[in-house]
Design a protein. Sequence first.
Length: 326
Amino acid sequence: MMNRSTWIAAVGALGAALSLPVHAQPAQTTVKVTPLGGIDGEFCPQDRALVFEDPNGTRVLYDPGRTVAGATDPRLGKIDIILVSHMHGDHVGNAHNKAPNSGACDKPDMSVSAMPNSSVVNIALAKKSKIVTGSEMPPFFAAKLKANGGDPANSMLARFGGSVTVGGVKIATVTALHSNGVDPDYIGGELGKAMKDVGIAGDVGLATGYVLRFSNGLVAYLSGDTGITADQDLVVNKHYNAKLAVMNIGDGFTTGPAEAAYVINDLVKPASVIASHANEVGTVGGKLRPGSKTEAFIKATKVPVHIPLSGKTMEFDAHGKCTAGC
């Protein structure tokens, strides 16, 4: 027969064993970033779209553009928030590929029209996402949502100097030096036709960049399409202290590789940067293409540059360091 002291010891050991997790998994502490480009494993001319997943599960789609195959793209999954830097078709999505990996890297498929709604609106309707934008863009998206049976309140404003928090992610808009006209085809009717005939676009205010603060403390700067601005130092670096940047490098329409490297090295000064908006075939077989603008940007930049290969998830810690997938 078990004596009292032995019985107490056995019960204590059993309790301790039961308190241990059987298959304990460490909580996610990194922000996951997944590019949704045109061709899996490559960085192609039309690639803009990125999905950020907060450690708490909130998922943010940034500039779906023409490489997200509409609202039914199987890569999307749950989308809680959509960010739109500006109204140009390669960001808001005036057209898109018919399916992931259709077309080729050097000849992107843009065969499916998303007019007059845009891919942003169609995705928001299907996923019941919040669309967060700055300037005068929120009323435009609210009207599109309402016209299609959605909730106009899902179009949210975050104007310069302010912020909104959705799903634990704090979102602020910052300056982006770029045009932001609305294609008259989004407007339609006689008004849209008259505008198109005389070559003018609708006005929804200034283009924007974004600064996101995730629940793990990571602060990320999404440049949108921009030139060099003093705010990249005064606001993005000194006020928000961004540790991860997504930087456009395409030249002609935005900063080129040399200008983008200056922004990263001397103004924003993050711990690492994701190249974006190269407007070129940046990789072949998943490897950096020699002589590319992407290569020039990498060579000129003093911090680690990560190439957004479509479908390949990268993970970043609170300090902006890539801990997996890079």
